[in-house]
Design a protein around this ligand. Structure first.
Ligand SMILES: Cc1cc2nc3c(=O)[nH]c(=O)nc-3n(C[C@H](O)[C@H](O)[C@H](O)COP(=O)(O)OP(=O)(O)OC[C@H]3O[C@@H](n4cnc5c(N)ncnc54)[C@H](O)[C@@H]3O)c2cc1C
Length: 394
């Protein structure tokens, strides 16, 4: 495996770096999902990338993608992470977009893809239900065909940022009398349709990141179905592999460890910088070693992709190790700031000044928030089951 970059790739890296340096607005730099206030702020960086033609590196050029090689995409992600550019929301660009251009018809491609790219339509993901998370195929939200419409009844849950969404892509049950995977259909539903109610779920850090979405006799045109009726499981699985492969977050974890090192250099114990104490230095070193190993695993999958392969069940390895590392970084950050973690956990709208150094602000919130990472995108226990079966053949 050749890990060096060609002169063209180095020149591409400089272009990306220059573009980000001149275009990334200060007010969104370094912001994570729970830091944004309102829909417009989320979309600031998305719209800048869209204008530049760089919002969808994974899409084929004919649908508005960049046409970049695997290595260029890798460099782009590294540079975005290095500059602390916010992550573009995945639901349109990384999830439903690829499903539509792979399995949708021409009208659907024309109608939905341009508005996903521009950020004019905000999408959310309607997969999980109260009784169907890990065992997703047991979902019960029912869609009954009546003429040229489906009538949808049921409930989705954990729907990320549904409060801002224009559209939801949903897995619904169209045939309850067959094996559960064989009676599922993939529907695109306009959130303004009568009968849809969104109820917030407030999470550990106080943010409204997820919601419940209820469907009460919601009328959905048959033309909003992607692919064939009862074949939705195939499209759903295709999307999940895409969802997991982006989840490793290697470049972002590198940046976060850099920040952790800075914090641990500023914090002291008995006059000695925390980063120089044996125990803390060992913990950071272990983290860096694990991240380096993950990076090589990611590079191996990218090299296979560059040769025409595509991400398969191996993406589960990236998901497990990537999210474990992200969680450990937030744990060590909270350990490093010590008592400053407590007073900084202020609720939205609090107007008191934070206590302690700037770097302590939000650290405990991020620690709580990142507990989600081993659950979403398919829990890490489920990923281990996938590895056992599909990779190790057990
Ligand atoms: C912050 C956040 C955002 C989310 N956003 C969305 C979203 O936008 N759209 C959406 O559709 N979903 C979303 N989800 C839902 C997510 O996909 C589910 O939470 C996840 O699939 C787990 O399902 P569950 O919560 O029902 O837990 P369960 O499936 O009930 O699992 C409970 C526990 O049992 C373990 N477990 C279950 N089955 C097995 C097994 N066979 N072997 C070993 N262990 C097992 C699990 O690992 C877990 O620890 C989100 C979740 C979170 C936390």
């Amino acid at each position: 495996m050749d890990l060096s970059f060609s002169p063209q790739e180095e020149s591409f890296r400089r272009d990306v770096r220059d573009f980000i340096a001149t275009s990334l607005p200060k007010e969104v730099k370094g912001k994570a999902r729970s830091d944004f206030e309102g829909r417009d702020e989320y979309l600031v960086w998305h719209r800048i990338l869209y204008k530049q033609g760089w919002i969808a590196p994974l899409w084929p050029k004919e649908y508005g993608g960049t046409g970049w090689t695997v290595t260029q995409r890798y460099i782009f992600n590294e540079e975005c992470a290095r500059a602390e550019a916010p992550l573009a929301l995945p639901f349109g660009i990384a999830m439903v977009g690829p499903v539509i251009f792979t399995f949708g018809n021409d009208e659907q491609k024309k109608k939905y893809l341009p508005r996903i790219l521009s950020g004019d339509d905000w999408w959310c993901q309607g997969y999980s239900e109260p009784g169907a998370g890990s065992d997703l195929a047991s979902l019960k939200t029912r869609a009954v065909r009546e003429g040229d419409h489906y009538i949808v009844n049921g409930q989705k849950t954990w729907t990320t940022l549904a409060q801002f969404a224009d559209w939801i892509f949903c897995l619904v049950r169209t045939d309850p009398n067959v094996k559960s995977q064989e009676g599922i259909t993939f529907l695109l539903i306009d959130m303004k349709t009568p009968g849809i109610t969104v109820k917030p779920i407030i999470v550990l850090d106080g943010a409204q990141e997820v919601n419940e979405v209820f469907f009460d006799n919601v009328k959905v045109p048959v033309e909003n179905r992607v692919g064939e009726e009862n074949k939705g499981w195939t499209y759903a699985k295709f999307l999940l592999v895409h969802e997991r492969s982006g989840i490793a977050g290697v470049a972002r974890s590198k940046k976060a460890i850099e920040r952790l090192r800075e914090i641990a250099a500023a914090e002291t114990i008995d006059g000695e910088p925390l980063i120089d104490t044996d125990d803390f230095a060992r913990k950071v070193a272990e983290l860096e070693i694990d991240l380096a190993a993950l990076e090589y695993t990611e590079l191996r999958t990218l090299a296979a992709e560059a040769k025409g392969g595509h991400a398969g069940p191996e993406s589960s390895i990236l998901k497990i190790k990537g999210t474990e590392i992200q969680q450990r970084i937030t744990e060590l950050t909270v350990e490093a700031i010590g008592y400053y973690g407590y007073p900084n956990e202020r609720g939205l709208g609090d107007n008191e000044y934070p206590v302690g150094p700037d770097y302590a602000e939000g650290a405990a919130g991020r620690y709580f928030n990142m507990r989600k990472a081993s659950i979403y995108g398919g829990s890490n226990e489920i990923q281990r089951n996938i590895i056992a079966k599909a990779v190790l053949g057990l």
